[in-house]
Ligand binder design. Structure first.
Ligand code: ACO
Length: 382
C-alpha cells in the first residue's frame, strides 16, 4: 500500500529519495491528512483538543488509546509526580557538560545517561512515563546551571507545562503562559510517521531499549528541516525587524536560494492545522510580535506562490511556534528541546506500538555503484 491509496498524500513521487509517499508502518496513534489539512490523534480532531485538554490527557490518550476519566488522569499525574526527580548520575552529566553546549545536544546526552542509569529490558509504559516526565527537568536543570544557578526542586502540585516554566525561572508562571505552553505541547505531541518518530520506530524494531530509541529521535528532531526550524524563524523575524523591510528581506533570501523557515511541509499541501491554532495563540500572547510575524507570513506566502508556483508551500507548525514559545519566556535555544518535551509522548507511544507487533524495519537500497571491478592487490595498485 502507498500513502496515496491510504489517502495521506496526493502524489507518490518515484526515485526522489526521502521515502516520499511510502507507507512504512501502521499506526493507530495519529493521522495526518495533507490535502485536507487535518490532523487527528486517535480519532479526535486536533482543533477539539488544542484548547481544552492538558498535555497529560493527550499523553494518556496516546499511551493508553483512550481519553482518561478524571480518576485515570489523577492516577497518571500521581505516577508522573513520582518520577519528578533526576538521578544523581544525570545531574552529574549535566554539570560536566560545558555551559555553552546546545540544549538539544545536552538533552540527547542526558537521556542517554538516564537510560544507562535507570532503564533495562524491553520498552514499557512505565518507562515511557518516567522518560517523558524528566524531559522538562533535564532542560530546566541545564538552563539554570549554565546561568550559574542551582537546579530547583520540582514543584509537587502543578502540571507538566507549569512545572517546566517554574523550574526554569523559579517563579510561579502566569496562568496565560501555562495555557499557551500547554496548548503548544498538546499540538506537537504526535504527527504520523515524521522523521524523528520513524527513527524511534526503526531503533525499537531492532529490539533495542526505549532510551536508545528516544535518543535517536532527539538526534533526528534537531535538524532544521524537522524540529530545528523555530529558532531560525525567530532569527528571521529579528533580522527583518520591521514590517516595511519584510518584502526585500524575503526576496533576497529566495534569490540566494535559501528556504524560508516555517513554510512548506512534506505532507501538508495546504495550511498545517497546527499553524492555525498557534497563529491564534500568538495573536493573544504577543500582539506586537504577532503583527510583524503576520505581515512576514503574508508576504512569504505571496512570494512562494510567485517564485515556486505549484509547489504548494504554506505555513507550517514551526512559524508561529517561535512567537508562542518566545512569548512564554523561553530562550531561543530551548525552542526545539521544548518541541522534544512534547513529542516524547508520541515517540514513546510509537515505540510501544512498534514492539507490540514488531518486525525488524530493514528496507533495501538501490545499488548505483560499479559491479564488475577487477581486484588488484595493494602492492600492485598504482
Ligand atoms: N522555502 C523556499 N522553498 C521551499 C521551501 C521553503 N520553506 N520548502 C520547499 N521549497 C521548495 C524547494 O526548494 C523545492 O523547489 P524546486 O522544486 O524548485 O527544487 C520545492 O519547494 C520542493 O521541495 P522539497 O525539498 O522536495 O520538499 P520536501 O517535501 O522535501 O520539504 C520541508 C519539506 C523540508 C519541510 C521543506 O518545505 C523545508 O525545508 N521547509 C523549511 C524548513 C521548515 O520549516 N522545517 C519545519 C518543517 S515542520 C516540522 O518538521 C515539524
Amino acid at each position: 500500500m502507498t500513502a496515496e491509496t491510504s489517502g495521506t498524500t496526493s502524489t507518490v513521487k518515484q526515485n526522489r529519495g526521502g521515502l516520499e509517499g511510502v507507507v512504512a508502518a501502521t499506526t493507530a496513534l495519529s493521522k495526518v491528512e495533507g490535502i485536507a489539512g487535518r490532523l487527528i490523534y486517535r480519532g479526535y480532531n486536533i482543533h477539539d483538543l488544542a484548547r481544552t485538554t492538558s498535555f497529560e490527557e493527550i499523553a494518556y490518550l496516546l499511551w493508553y488509546g483512550k481519553l482518561p476519566t478524571k480518576m485515570e488522569l489523577v492516577d497518571l499525574k500521581v505516577q508522573m509526580l513520582e518520577e519528578r526527580t533526576l538521578p544523581m548520575a544525570v545531574l552529574q552529566v549535566l554539570k560536566d557538560l560545558p555551559p555553552t553546549a546546545a540544549p538539544m545536544d545536552v538533552l540527547r546526552t542526558a537521556v542517554s545517561a538516564l537510560g544507562a542509569a535507570t532503564i533495562q529490558g524491553k520498552p514499557t509504559l512505565d518507562q515511557a512515563i518516567a522518560l517523558t516526565e524528566r524531559f522538562p527537568l533535564i532542560l530546566a536543570a541545564f538552563h539554570r546551571m549554565r546561568n550559574g544557578l542551582e537546579p530547583l526542586e520540582p514543584h509537587p502540585e502543578i502540571g507538566y507545562a507549569a512545572n517546566y516554566l517554574y523550574l526554569l525561572s523559579g517563579q510561579m508562571p502566569k496562568e496565560e503562559h501555562v495555557r499557551a505552553l500547554n496548548a503548544y505541547l498538546v499540538l506537537l505531541a504526535d504527527h504520523g510517521m515524521n522523521a524523528s518518530t520513524f527513527t524511534a520506530r526503526i531503533i525499537a524494531s531492532t529490539e533495542s531499549d526505549i532510551a536508545s530509541a528516544v535518543v535517536g529521535a532527539i538526534g533526528a528532531l534537531k535538524g532544521p528541516l524537522h524540529g530545528g526550524a523555530p529558532s531560525k524563524v525567530q532569527d528571521m523575524l529579528e533580522a527583518i525587524g520591521t514590517e516595511d523591510r519584510a518584502e526585500n528581506w524575503l526576496r533576497d533570501a529566495l534569490a540566494r536560494g535559501d528556504r524560508l523557515m516555517g513554510f512548506g511541509h512534506r505532507i501538508y499541501k495546504t495550511e498545517d492545522p497546527r499553524a492555525e491554532e498557534l497563529r491564534e495563540m500568538a495573536r493573544i500572547a504577543d500582539p506586537q510580535q504577532f503583527a510583524l510575524a503576520r505581515r512576514v507570513e503574508e508576504i512569504a506566502l505571496a512570494l512562494l506562490e510567485e517564485q515556486k508556483p505549484g509547489r504548494r508551500l504554506y505555513t507550517n507548525v514551526e512559524f508561529y511556534s517561535a512567537v508562542v514559545l518566545a512569548s512564554v519566556g523561553l530562550p531561543r535555544d530551548l525552542f526545539t528541546p521544548t518541541f522534544a518535551a512534547s513529542r516524547v509522548a508520541g515517540w514513546t507511544a510509537h515505540i510501544l506500538e512498534q514492539v507490540t507487533n514488531n518486525r525488524l524495519i530493514r528496507p533495501e537500497a538501490e545499488y548505483t555503484g560499479a559491479t564488475e571491478q577487477q581486484f588488484v592487490p595493494l602492492d600492485e595498485r598504482q
